[in-house]
Ligand binder design. Structure first.
Ligand SMILES: NC(=O)N[C@@H](CC(=O)O)C(=O)O
Ligand SMILES: [Zn+2]
Ligand SMILES: [Zn+2]
Length: 427
């Protein structure tokens, strides 16, 4: 028999404390708790629906030195996630039914959280021929999100065809918006600082031009576009405009873009090297405002593990990317909740309900109500912790928050009523 959990005195979405029963994989009325239910005193804790990350790099197959499905989903569970969408830029690329089924199966076997593979848009992320989108959609992995993330689908005709193709199964194209010709050799945000540091600049317009083009294309063909890791104030404006026109455009912001700025590049420490790059304080403020008013639909981690030999080197030689799964909720608390921009219901919308909706997943992103799947995270917003990379479940150590004191701690995560994390540790 599986364990039942009676969670006492928990503030669901930060509301008035009540009791919750998780039994047989679903949320039940606490009054029906069996005598042998495991009791958790959740006084002071907030219950949120299991978090859903629409943008994770699990690196398997091919780069198991950086991360595996096992370790990446452990990090996810520790961060309060019950589902992650695994990006397609693996080796081999997830551009066939075979590879997406393999990733999906590895996720099931690991059991720490559900893994939904993202399918590549083009063969080998080559940007030349459409991958077998229909076969991936029809596979056991039931792919609905397609992305060449890491690369931009820069060919307008190919992007149009992809948007048209996925309409047949209600899919979405998640675009890594980066005009390649405007970003050749780019190392950091283009601005006064990049000139001073002698690092090639990644201009905001290279992101904004692609987002504007793709919003127009999505509207033209009547399809769904999702914009990955929005990083500039101008991008927020473009998405806001597209939404006002009623176009089916959604967008994500990453925790690091909500907190960190390009000033950190002055350290020349590649821990701060990420794509798109850290931008200005004005951009950070616009992202927070966009996330608060719903222009930016979701927070996605873009968890991008890299082994130390790809990060502990000179800036221009280092890989782009930073860890995100285990710190995302703390960064959102710090930048949005503690700043008075979002309440916990708003966090649930942006880190669980909306990402599940965009990814067309129905058993995650559900409210914590009787009869719903017991995908729940218990979070202590009053706790603080100092980030120690060596404590991460990830195989990689590239967190930009090393040594920082962050608010909040994930106390427990439940996947279909089974504890994946208890007392802040893997169960
Ligand atoms: N974000 C990054 O800096 N890196 C990602 C690729 C990506 O998300 O574009 C990676 O795969 O390492
Ligand atoms: Zn990307
Ligand atoms: Zn990514």
């Amino acid at each position: 028999m599986s364990t039942s959990y009676l969670i006492k005195n928990v503030a669901v979405l930060g509301g008035t404390p009540s009791d919750l029963l998780l039994q047989d994989g679903v949320v039940r009325d606490a009054a029906d708790a069996p005598a042998d239910a495991e009791v958790i005193d959740a006084t002071g804790l907030v219950a949120l629906p299991g978090l859903v990350d629409l943008h994770t790099h699990l690196r398997e197959p091919g780069r198991e030195d950086a991360e595996t499905v096992e370790t990446g989903t452990q990090a996810a569970a520790l961060g309060g996630f019950t589902a992650v969408f695994a990006m397609a830029n693996t080796e081999p690329v997830a551009d066939t039914a075979g590879v997406v089924e393999q990733v999906w199966r590895l996720g099931r076997e690991a059991g720490h959280c559900d893994v939904y593979p993202v399918g590549a848009v083009t063969v080998g992320l080559g940007g030349e021929r459409l991958a077998e989108l229909g076969a991936m959609a029809d596979s056991a992995a039931r792919v609905r999100v397609f992305s060449d993330d890491g690369r931009c689908v820069s060919d307008a005709v190919l992007m149009r065809r992809a948007l048209e193709y996925v309409k047949a199964f209600d899919g979405v194209i998640a675009q890594h918006a980066q005009e390649p010709r405007l970003t050749e050799g780019a190392q950091m945000n283009e601005g006064e600082l990049s000139g001073r540091l002698g690092l090639a600049g990644w201009p905001a317009v290279a992101e904004e031009a692609i987002i504007a083009r793709d919003c127009l294309l999505a509207a033209h063909v009547g399809s769904r576009l999702h914009v990955c890791h929005v990083s500039t104030a101008g991008s927020v404006d473009i998405v806001r405009d597209a939404k006002r026109k009623g176009w089916a455009v959604t967008a994500e912001a990453c925790p690091h873009h909500l907190l960190l700025t390009d000033e950190l590049a002055a350290t020349y420490d590649p821990i701060y090297k990420v794509n798109p790059p850290l931008r200005s304080a004005t951009d950070v403020e616009a992202l927070r405002a966009g996330l608060a008013d719903g222009t930016i639909d979701i927070v996605a981690t873009d968890h991008a593990p890299h082994p130390h030999e790809d990060k502990d080197c000179e800036w221009s030689a280092a890989a782009f990317g930073m860890l995100g799964l285990e710190t995302a909720l703390s960064i959102v608390q710090h930048t949005m909740v503690d700043a008075g921009l979002l309440d916990w219901a708003g966090v649930a919308e942006r880190m669980s309900y909306a990402p599940a909706r965009i990814g067309r997943v129905t058993d995650h992103g559900r409210p914590i109500e009787v009869g719903e799947p017991a995908n729940v995270v218990l979070y202590d917003p009053a706790a603080t912790r100092t980030i120690d990379p060596s404590e991460s479940a990830s195989l990689s150590r590239n967190t930009p928050y090393r040594g920082m004191e962050l608010p909040g701690r994930v106390v427990a995560t439940f996947l279909r009523g089974k504890a994946t994390v208890l007392d802040g540790k893997l169960a």
